[in-house]
Design a protein around this ligand. Structure first.
Ligand SMILES: NC(=O)c1ccc[n+]([C@@H]2O[C@H](COP(=O)([O-])OP(=O)(O)OC[C@H]3O[C@@H](n4cnc5c(N)ncnc54)[C@H](O)[C@@H]3O)[C@@H](O)[C@H]2O)c1
Length: 336
């Protein structure tokens, strides 16, 4: 079995490469290294079933051999990244999606699109059910990402309806874990770096806003259709969303810190209240994967590197150092 993964050198893409290789797949990874890093794949160098190519998927995509699965994860994902690359973001989610859908159509492969909770824009409904179509400003600063992903969803759905491609759409909510860049501006890495530096944690707004979070293993475990959930021609799942079907138990339980599956799923928070790292519902560093996300002795991360798992038995265990304060600002840091 052979899979094509775009965005393979990125945070999520590299974890997907690991998992598919563990399961015996042959993996062809493409990435133009815009926001990803080759070091995320360094451990796979020389792997007999892994083939990496530096390629920009806004250009036509060819694969060396037929594939059964296409995972389209290439796209700047953090607000900092997509606001620095607004046109490229729109191209990778439109042209990149078109080119990779072409590969899936040619080989009869299942197609998984990495979409986002941002398709709901600035939602008026919490948590967002699939039936909710969103509240998006088409000319707002974030529209380059929100509308590009909405277009990608529409294009993938059209390929399903017109060509019968087996399309699955994942609306991913804030996912975190090792290999995130510590300086990409997303909430969890920002908290971890501030904690490592002993600085106050920045909480935007008045502190009452909630976020859904999902640990990367749970996204990989439950979010990739064929394993956790999903149906052809529509959403696969909403990993990170309470009850979002990101795992075998998530939908049944209807809650969890980001609808997370298995060992990382904490007790259900009150209905309609996703657990958030700063809400008081957090399950602790081990259960949440926070300890695995940031190295507590991590000077490298704090100085602007890639987040690495905490060493087993390490002193702080990934906890926020005593005396770390929360401070408030006006706006929420952006989700991915
Ligand atoms: N991490 C999250 O919480 C989250 C949330 C919602 C959606 N997503 C989606 O998941 C996907 C992966 O996100 P991530 O967090 O791993 O981000 P990331 O920035 O770590 O990974 C994205 C990868 O895509 C690559 N890329 C960008 N443009 C490309 C192009 N034209 N051709 C080839 N490669 C290109 C980048 O170099 C990078 O390696 C994205 O599509 C993102 O929108 C992620």
């Amino acid at each position: 079995m052979r899979a094509l993964i775009t965005g393979a050198a990125g945070f999520l893409g590299s974890h997907l490469c690991d998992r598919l290789l563990q399961e015996g797949w042959e993996v062809e990874g493409l990435d133009n290294l815009l926001t990803g890093r080759e070091e995320n794949l360094a451990h796979l160098r020389g792997h007999p079933r892994f083939h990496f190519r530096r390629h920009d998927v806004t250009r036509p995509v060819e694969v060396s051999e037929p594939v059964e699965l296409v995972l389209h994860f290439a796209s700047p994902a953090s607000p900092r990244d997509y606001l620095q690359n607004p046109i490229h973001t729109m191209k990778v989610d439109s042209l990149g999606t078109l080119h990779t859908l072409g590969v899936a159509k040619r080989y009869g492969a299942r197609y998984v699109l990495a979409s986002t909770s941002e398709v709901y824009g600035d939602p008026e409904v919490h948590p967002q059910p699939e039936e909710y179509w969103g509240h998006v400003n088409p000319v707002g600063p974030r529209s380059v990402y929100d509308e590009a992903k909405r277009f990608a969803e529409a294009l993938a759905t059209a390929y399903h309806r017109e060509h019968g491609v087996d399309v699955r759409v994942l609306r991913i909510f804030n996912t975190y874990g090792p290999r995130m860049r510590s300086d990409d501006g997303r909430a969890v890495p920002t908290f971890i770096v501030q904690a490592l530096r002993g600085e106050p944690l920045t909480v935007y707004g008045d502190g009452t806003q909630t976020r859904s979070f999902c640990y990367v293993d749970d996204l990989v475990e439950g979010g990739v259709p064929g394993r956790g959930g999903g149906r052809a021609g529509g959403h696969g799942a909403e990993p990170g969303q309470p009850g979002g079907g990101a795992g075998p138990q998530a939908g049944a339980a209807g809650a969890g810190a980001g609808g997370c599956a298995g060992a990382h799923r904490p007790p259900a928070p009150p209905a309609g209240r996703p657990a958030a790292a700063v809400s008081g519902h957090h399950p602790g560093p081990e259960a949440s994967g926070l300890g695995a996300t940031g190295d507590p002795g991590g000077r490298a991360a704090a100085d602007g590197g890639v987040l690495r798992p905490a060493a087993v038995g390490a002193e702080a265990g990934g906890r926020v150092p005593r005396g770390t304060a929360l401070k408030s600002r006006a706006v929420l840091p952006g989700p991915g």
